[in-house]
Design a binder for this molecule. Structure first.
Ligand SMILES: Nc1ncnc2c1ncn2[C@@H]1O[C@H](COP(=O)(O)OP(=O)(O)OP(=O)(O)O)[C@@H](O)[C@H]1O
Ligand SMILES: [Mg+2]
Length: 599
């Protein structure tokens, strides 16, 4: 067992909620007082297309951006693409919090010009906004193995943003943001699919993104969500109450466009694609294109921690170290809040170290270390295996950087060391996180291991258990609120009760060791900063997207309100609805406890 650094009240919060990593080029006072962005013209004035300026366009792309058929893209970092607007768009939701952070007027989301642009019609944007967006290619590796079979041409040159189209970059209050439509129509990487996202998956992603931000977990952000009142697409899905693993019917679902926002959308998979091209010398510009992408990544995501005057080798080593730091914090945070990404391929792993792609994700309810809502995700992408999956992505990230260090053997050795150090850094962060969840200064392996066994054997509701524990209960009674009582024999249950009682006694004495320095109230409030009260539960989100497809957005907004303040104690009414166990009827139900596809 390894001892950890002392966690003080502020340190615990800062380290476990490391969203500062994204706040490079943070706002100065003048920028904080920037005027409200009240119109699309105001937003247009802040546009600044660094990606289009710093990176290469696919030389085979059509000039007008009407490039919607699947094809191979052999070189260049992006393909200009015009989004395909959804028919008869209607406003569904926007993130009030994010609008406020950006300084966007709240009513802008429902204005005609804003709705038109963010539902995919880019034809009438004010200058200097451009009338096309861009899509990027990337490679796919699953748990450290690169796959090209998913590309229709079996070369990997047709894989990338198939339905995600970035439409603008803007520098707002000193921070650079890229805005990307999801479901904005076909791109050359669509692989024959329709380029659309349905309302169901868009609502899920929209809510989860802002929930994760509020939980203090680095993430892309939700800007807006619009649905089509007439356009529908067919998706496989589950009949109500179906226990089938795979969807058992086809449904017509309304299409939607959600806009997500991040400093960049560069993925590990993207670096891999350019790393592979450089390694295999696939074309004369391959090494230069890799270098350009890496420098662009540094500029967009790491400019605060990497000095631009350093040599390329020094920059690359700092980049690897900084990404390792962010990725390990990210995964520790995921586990802290009970989040399972589900499909943590390298193309769903943002190189900026934040959560990206809320597809088959889920929040753990009845605790299981291998919790995995996506039926295709297997144990390798399950809840407690996420540190391993992240390490595989990190290895792919380092491999992609290696061609740039070819002539610097000493730097290669250092990169190898950074790569090998991942396990230890990850372990340290996990231990620190578990200690904080338990209100302790240091990680106690024996206490932790017994707790995991008890949480599994009972099983407990992950969120409710830790939140109840945060009240520092004197006996087991309050904790049993989190128990999913399984059918077990009387003697088994008595044995379990006895073990719980022993565990609580041991934990209570460790808490008591802290009380000379901190009051019980202080320990409790520290714990409540890392153990959320409310997390998103799929059986609660499902009625919200079902009602939304009938044009009723009230429940969606209610959930949005609760889940964007996940640490705040709410009324009894809210608790009755949202601070409760998953009802038995929703276990093992397709679309609620598992899904084989989510798009
Ligand atoms: N309906 C669709 N039309 C075109 N491409 C699609 C569609 N659905 C998924 N894809 C593409 O298939 C790939 C794998 O899908 P995955 O579910 O990981 O991503 P996603 O949820 O669409 O997107 P992202 O990773 O951008 O959030 C992605 O490259 C995605 O762009
Ligand atoms: Mg994806």
């Amino acid at each position: 067992m390894k001892a950890n650094n002392k966690i003080g009240s502020t340190t615990a919060d800062n380290e476990l909620k490391p969203d500062d990593s994204q706040s490079h080029n943070g706002p100065n006072t003048a920028e904080k007082n920037a005027p409200t962005i009240a119109t699309l013209d105001d937003l247009a004035k802040l546009t600044n297309y660094s990606l289009l300026e710093a990176l290469n366009c696919d030389p085979d792309a059509t000039v007008d951006g009407v490039d919607h058929n699947p094809r191979q893209v052999f070189s260049g970092h992006y393909v200009p693409v015009k989004p395909t607007p959804i028919e008869n768009p209607e406003y569904v939701a926007h993130s009030k919090d994010f609008f406020q952070e950006l300084g966007l007027a709240d009513d802008l989301a429902q204005s005609e010009a804003f709705l038109r642009l963010f539902s995919g019609d880019i034809s009438q944007v004010p200058e200097p906004m451009r009338d096309h967006g861009w899509a990027c290619g990337y490679a796919l590796s699953i748990y450290g193995t690169e796959y090209t079979q998913q590309c229709p041409f079996k070369t990997g040159n047709g894989y990338g943003d198939g339905r995600a189209i970035s439409i603008l970059e803007a520098v707002i209050k000193g921070r650079r943001w890229e805005m990307q439509l999801k479901g904005g129509g076909r791109t050359p990487y669509c692989r024959g699919a329709d380029g659309r996202a349905v309302l169901r998956s868009s609502v899920r992603e929209f809510l989860a993104q802002e929930h994760m931000h509020a939980l203090g977990v680095p993430t892309s952000r939700s800007l807006s969500l619009y649905v089509s009142k007439s356009e529908k697409v067919k998706r496989p899905w589950y009949s109500e109450g179906s226990h089938s693993l795979d969807p058992d019917r086809w449904v017509m679902e309304p299409v939607a466009i959600s806009t997500r926002v991040a400093p960049s959308f560069i993925r590990v998979g993207q670096l891999e694609l350019f790393g592979r091209r450089a390694r295999k010398q696939e074309h004369p510009q391959a090494m230069i294109e890799l270098k350009q992408l890496v420098l662009h990544l540094i500029d967009r995501e790491y400019s605060q921690v990497i000095d631009p005057s350093l040599s390329l080798e020094a920059k690359i080593l700092l980049l690897a170290r900084a990404f390792r730091d962010r990725l390990t914090s990210l995964v520790a945070n995921w586990i802290r809040v009970g989040y399972c990404q589900g499909n943590f391929n390298s193309d769903n792993c943002a190189a900026g170290g934040f959560t990206l792609d809320y597809g088959p994700y889920g929040f753990c309810q009845a605790f299981h270390p291998y919790f995995q809502p996506w039926t295709g995700g297997g144990r390798h992408f399950s809840f407690f295996n996420q540190p391993m999956a992240a390490e595989r992505n990190f290895q792919m990230f380092c491999s992609a950087l290696r061609p740039l260090l070819e002539t610097h053997s000493e730097a290669v050795v250092q990169l190898d060391e950074i790569q090998e150090g991942f396990t230890e850094v990850m372990q340290t962060k996990l231990e620190k996180m578990w200690a904080a969840k338990l209100g302790l200064n240091t990680f106690n392996a024996e206490l932790f291991n017994e707790l995991i066994m008890l949480m599994l054997q009972t099983p407990v509701d992950y969120t409710i258990f830790f939140r109840e524990l945060s009240n520092l209960p004197n006996d087991m009674m309050p904790l049993t609120k989190s128990f999913y009582t399984e059918a077990m024999s009387k003697s088994e249950s008595q044995q379990l009760d006895a073990r719980w009682a022993d565990w609580l006694t041991q934990w209570t004495s460790l808490i008591a060791e802290r009380t000379p320095q901190l009051s019980r109230d202080e320990i409790s409030s520290q714990m409540k900063c890392v153990n959320p009260k409310y997390t998103l539960r799929e059986w609660q989100v499902a009625p919200a997207y079902q009602q939304a497809s009938d044009g009723d957005y009230a429940l969606l907004r209610e959930i949005q309100d609760v889940m964007t303040q996940p640490y705040t104690e709410k009324s009894k009414d809210v608790d009755d609805k949202y601070y409760r166990l998953q009802p038995a009827a929703f276990f093992e139900v397709g679309g609620l406890s598992h899904y084989s596809c989510s798009s």
